[in-house]
Design a protein around this ligand. Structure first.
Ligand code: SF4
Ligand code: SF4
Length: 71
């Protein structure tokens, strides 16, 4: 069973207008929260996010924001 954290409290947000489709967030996320859809990253598994901050740190266009270190 996949590890789940508290529902609907995740601070993760993705601004698709800024996304260039580099896929770095898919590579660094340890919980497969993202998927590519028509050249853009989309959040497919928000509840799996453990707010490690890796996606937001690695996104070259700052399309992702997450408050890391609170969960
Ligand atoms: S790292 Fe940022 S720019 Fe790259 S695919 Fe993810 S959201 Fe888009
Ligand atoms: S904060 Fe960590 S777990 Fe959450 S989406 Fe980003 S890389 Fe994945």
């Amino acid at each position: 069973m996949a590890m789940k954290y508290m529902k609907n409290v995740v601070t993760l947000a993705l601004n698709q207008d800024r996304c260039t489709g580099c896929q770095l967030c898919l590579q660094v996320c340890p919980h497969q929260v993202f998927e590519m859809n028509q050249g853009k990253a989309v959040i497919i598994n928000r509840d799996a996010c453990m707010e490690c901050g890796a996606c937001s740190k690695n996104c070259p266009t700052s399309a992702i924001s997450v408050k890391s270190g609170v969960g």
